[in-house]
Design a protein around this ligand. Structure first.
Ligand code: DGL
Length: 260
């Protein structure tokens, strides 16, 4: 079973992409809605929450964990790899690989939470492979709350995005990494703001592809032909109507969230 966690509903964009690419693998999801957002918290707190989330997933049968959260991936991956004796997949490496593969000018923008941008992890990983590339980063701390609130089409959200993206627009980037798993839900606003020449890298889709490649090379993970994705379980640490509504929108079907 694949265990996936995030601070809230954003990681469901990863879960959905995984469900579509790997329908034969049972999924167990945990959204830590009671403690969202993570991106405004310290590395220490995010790491503690990530350990607790992983423990829940392992206790309920997960044999591999996907950290479907850039904030947790940037600060907690090493600790989770030390603490749990199963593969841990994070969302940053797959997004970096795609961004490098897609960029032609070597000018890459990254947007994410404060925790992710402060960690500098995207810049480090991009420069680790392409030292001459220019990386322009911008923290967008309000976006997670707007998504969790379901404000993905509001005028106010567009205004906030315009403000956040203003400087990046002037940097002549050709690739923009959506370095937060909540942001694919704002893609329809971000793409027109940046213009069609800028390629958006969705860390959710990139991670699902990365996971597929990984599982194909790992004989201990075998799909079950009879598995029905509607039997995947989606847990949250706080059950709210808004979360259920957003989850159903992400999956395009009715999702019944379970309270832990
Ligand atoms: N979706 C998460 C991320 O990718 C969480 C953001 C948050 O809780 O602040 O960073």
């Amino acid at each position: 079973m694949i265990g996936i966690f995030d601070s809230g509903v954003g990681g469901m964009t990863v879960a959905r992409a995984v469900e579509q690419l790997l329908p034969g693998f049972p999924l167990l999801y945990l959204g830590d809605i009671a403690r969202t957002p993570y991106g405004t918290k310290s590395a220490r707190t995010i790491t503690e929450y990530s350990v607790e989330n992983s423990r829940f997933l392992v206790q309920n049968g997960a044999k591999i964990i996907v950290i479907a959260c850039n904030s947790a991936s940037s600060v907690a991956t090493d600790r989770l790899r030390r603490e749990f004796n199963i593969p841990i997949v994070e969302v940053i490496t797959p997004a970096v690989e795609q961004a490098i593969a897609r960029s032609r000018t070597g000018r890459i923008g990254v947007i994410g939470t404060r925790a992710t941008i402060r960690s500098n992890i995207y810049e480090q990983k991009i420069h680790g492979q392409q030292p001459d590339y220019k990386v322009f980063s911008r923290a967008c701390p309000l976006l997670v709350s707007l998504v969790e609130e379901g404000w993905t089409d509001k005028r106010e959200t567009k205004m906030i995005l315009r403000r956040y993206l203003h400087d990046l627009k002037n940097q002549q980037i050709d690739t923009l990494v959506l370095g937060c798993t909540h942001y694919p839900l704002l893609k329809h606003l971000i793409q027109p703001r940046m213009g069609k020449r800028v390629t958006l890298i969705d860390s959710s889709a990139a991670t699902a592809h990365f996971l597929k490649n990984y599982l194909e090379k790992s004989p201990e993970f075998q799909p079950t032909a009879s598995h029905d994705p509607s039997r995947n379980r989606y847990f949250v640490t706080d059950l709210t109507e808004t979360a259920e509504h957003i989850a159903s929108r992400i999956f395009g079907r009715n999702i019944q969230l379970l309270s832990i």
